[in-house]
Each structure stands twice: as C-alpha cells, then as structure tokens.
Design a protein around this ligand. Sequence first.
Ligand code: AGP
Length: 607
Amino acid sequence: MCGIVGYTGNKYAVPIIIDGLKRLEYRGYDSAGVAVHERNAIKIVRAVGKLRNLIEKTANLKASGTSGIGHTRWATHGKPSEVNAHPHKAGSIVLVHNGIIENYGELKARLIKKGVIFESETDTEVIAQLINFYFQETKDLFSAIIRSIKDLRGSFACAVLNEKEPDKIYLMKYESPLVIGLGDRENFFASDMPALLPYTNRIVFLKDGEIAVLTDKTYKIFDFSGNEVKREPEIMNISISQAEKGGYPHFMLKEIFEQPEAFINTVRTRLHPDKGEIVLDELNYKISERFSSIHIVACGTSYHAGLLGRIFLEELAEMPVYVEIASEFRYKKNFFNKDTLYLFISQSGSTADTLAALKKCKEAGMGTLAICNVLGSSISLEADNTIYTHAGPEIGVASTKAFSTQVSVLLLLALKIAGEKNLLKRKEIKKYINDMLSLPRLMEEALKSSENIKDIAKKFHKYTNFLYLGRGLSYPLAMEGALKLKEISYIHAEAYAAGEMKHGPIALIDENMPTFLINPESPHFEKTLSNMQEVLARGGKIIALASNNDSTTKNYTDYIIYIPHINTYLDTLLTIIPLQLFAYYCAVLKGTDVDQPRNLAKSVTVE
Ligand code: AGP
C-alpha cells in the first residue's frame, strides 16, 4: 500500500504535495518522491527512507511549478532505494503508482525486447515505460494510457505527468483507491482523503475502470474505453483523523477489516489456478530438494502463525517442523542440522530476538528463509531468501492483518512443497487455489458478525480472567486470541489445548472464569464439545466459535459466533476474525488505548 498525491492550481505545488505525503505516511514510508513541472521540463526529487529525507532534499529546491505529483512508498517489488522510489520517468512521461501489477515481468520482458532500457526493479516503471512506448505511436497521452491499460493485469492508482502538457494531470484507477479534491482554481488528487481535507471537502470518488484528466479549473472522467462519465463532487464532513483510519475509530479495526484485501494482495500473484501451481518467486530453489525438516523461529503473534504453519507443513507436505520462541532459541544450546531450513517470521522484520536468532543460524552456516511484511527490513536483508506478505503498513500495535497474511504464506509454502513432493495432485492443489480465491468473500461474511461479537463483549468485558481452548489448528488460534485480549484490553487470558483441561486447568472453572471455546468443523469437533460440557457442568460460562453448519453447539450456550466453513486450513483465516474483534470490542468497552496499548511497541527492536 503506497500513497500518491498531486496538485494543479495557482500555488507552488511542492509544499502542498509534501504536506499531502505527510498525511499519507501511514500508507507507506520506506521511500518517497515528488515531480513538479518547471517551465518545459519536469523536476524529480526522490529519497530513500522516511519522508523527512525527502523534505530535507526539497528544502532548497528552486521549484516555482504549480503542478506536480508525489508518492510515499511501501515497497512490494524492488527493495527500498532511491532508484526504486517513485516518481518514475520514461521519455517525457512521469508517473506514480499505488498497487501491484501482476504481469509486470512479462510486460517488462516484452518492452526490453523492443529496446526499452529500465533503471529500476519496480512494477511501476513498467507502467511508465509501457505508456511511453504507446505514446511514441499515438502521439497522444490519453490514447496511450487507454492502450496501456489493456495490457495491465493487477491493481493500480496512477498519476501521470507529461512534460509537453504542464497544465494537465492524468489519473487512472483500478482496485486501488484514488480521490479528487476540488478547490477554487486549483484541483487535487490523493490515494486517500486525509491529504485533501485541509484544502477542500468537495471530493470526487473515482471508480474502478476510470481515467480522469485534471487541470487547475476542470476535471473530466472517462471509462477505460474513453467514454466520458459525469460525476458530481460529494461534500465530506469528516475529520482528518477519522479519514486516516478510513472512517474507522481505530487503526486496529480498520486493519481487521482490511484482511480480505491484504489476503488477496498476498496470494493473488502466487496462485496459478489454471496450472494448479503455487509460485513463490522469492524462492530460487525447491525446499524439498535441499531440506528434510523446518525449524520456525518467531515472537508473539508471528510465533502463533508459525504454530499454524507447522500443522500445515506436517499434514500437507509431510515435513517435520519445530517451532520455537526466538528469545529462547537465541540463548539455548542448538543442535544445528544442515538438512533443516530455519524459517523466521516477523511482520516488522526488525524484532531483536528474531534477528539475533537468525544471525546465530547464519553464523552456524544454516539455510535460512524469512516471512516479512517490510521490504528492506533487517531480517529480510539477513535471511538467504524472504517471502513477503503484502498486508500493507500495520499501524495498530496489535497484529491482525499481518498475522492472517503470514498464515496465508505458510499455507502457500505447505501447498508448494506438497506439490514438489507429489503428495498433492494438481487437481487437489487447484481445489485449494480455488478455495483461496473464494476466501475473501467468506472473510467479509465473518466480518459481518461484528455486531454480535460487540454484544457478547458487552456481557464479558468486565471479567478479569479468561480461558481460551482449542484443539489441533484451533489451539494456536486460542493462543493468538488470548494474546489479543491480553495486549489490548489488559484482561488476563490463558490459552490451553482443550485436551489438557483435565490435567489441571479445569480446577479454575467457576462462574468467574469464562471460557472462549474454539470449535469449528474439524476432526476434533466432538472431543471439544465434551470439553464444553465439562466447563458448563462446573458453572463456567462459554463463548463458542462454531461453523455455520453446526446445529449442536446452540444447545449448550447462548453465546455463539458462527463462521463459514471452507476447509480446515483456510478456516483458520476465518476463525481469527472473531477472536480479533472480541478482543477489540472488550478493549473499547474498557476504554484502553486500542492502537497503542500501554507498555507495548509495534516493533520490539530491543531485548
Ligand atoms: C502482536 O499483536 C504483538 N504486537 C507482538 O506479539 C508481535 O507479534 C511480536 O512482537 C513480533 O513482532 P514481529 O512480527 O514484527 O517480529
């Protein structure tokens, strides 16, 4: 997720663009850039790192231009660097982009064959070069954009400048947000409203499949066939802070609801349903040919994702897996094994314990792999290979969409290895792929239970202790659900394997110790049902998580959260949603600081 912004009017463009980028920094912040018309040329300034580096570089920029575009990057293709920062230039065309172009590799190869020379590793430069390539033929930028769009596959919100047309800014939108702000003899655009609201509340929302042409006094919208579309501005009466959160009260809730989008952004370019293949470009070898087991090392929520990954990898890929907490692994005696792949999971890519454990493995000459959400982070640079989640920046301290995208990547890994080892036939992998492609719709359905969950939280948020129970795949989910409740609502919560109840924890059960029992459709359903009866028989209250087709659980408790069922592995990505929402609503009812809970940091970069 990146942020794009631009201005055309009667004021200097650069300060307005920089201000807009500041308000979009939550969308991405590993590099940034600005381009502004300056007489019959376009000046471009780019900087790697935080936005402040670009601000320093433009501080003495002699730029009297009144039309320009800017970009703050969350790298998906090509590490954070100045050369990979936007805007990208191709001939007289200058472009910024938010989104992911799935077929950028084949388009780039096609253009290179035609003599185009690329400077960056990004998918965005491919768009700029493609438009410029067609522009050489059409001599008309609008037609070149229309022609280029036909070749693009993936998501894009782009802004395009042409040195020869200083009075125009061209916009194109498909599956990435893009809005226009209308001023008095000046017009604006941005990925998101926070960048526009200080200047105007007259907002025009572009829809998928639309192109817009902005001047300082006009805006015209067209569909991808070039037909003009009429659209009036809407008057938006919301605060900037509300707008940054997409209208949600907290980043955490926004990020919980972003999970369908984060999931599809993470898996879409890696699923090849027609071939029944999983493609992980970041892996330049076959794991099953080099390694006979996997050792996962991580912290916190990422550790819980690793526990799910172990079950995926062992059941689907018949790969023995060990999972350890990084702060333990880094100090213990390790029995390193060359045939073991050491896998490090980290959203931030900068957790000190995980990085230290990775370095210990590297020093021992072990093969390493990372799963990270931040390109260019320390762990991603240290590991031999890194598979990226495309969750976009996660602002809430409590990890939500990063967790679900980590779990998604682990499932992709398990399916890929299973395919390599012929443990799953193509048609079986195709079925998993098709299930994954239908998952976002089911995640949206699971999100619809938020009102019911809010009501349940109203009844349970005053308890001071909770037990979370689950078996099999639901046990790591119980751990993650308990961690969410602990870290944002400060209610003590403990997760247990449900089968362990009779070995001690059942002594805790009374009317003051409610139990969150995770029991979706699975081979463990009946046994977990008996755990529920044990708890109820001792006066304990139960919140049950059940699959939609479950007609049994309602006989035992009134507090039930239903989720759709697709298959036991993908159900984990549906189960986690109510667990996140329950913790969120309890925290809100308790009035804690949901996005920045006490004593916690988003990334634990110290021991
Ligand atoms: C999870 O909600 C917490 N914020 C925390 O446990 C986190 O998962 C842990 O610190 C690991 O962070 P990482 O994924 O960035 O390495």
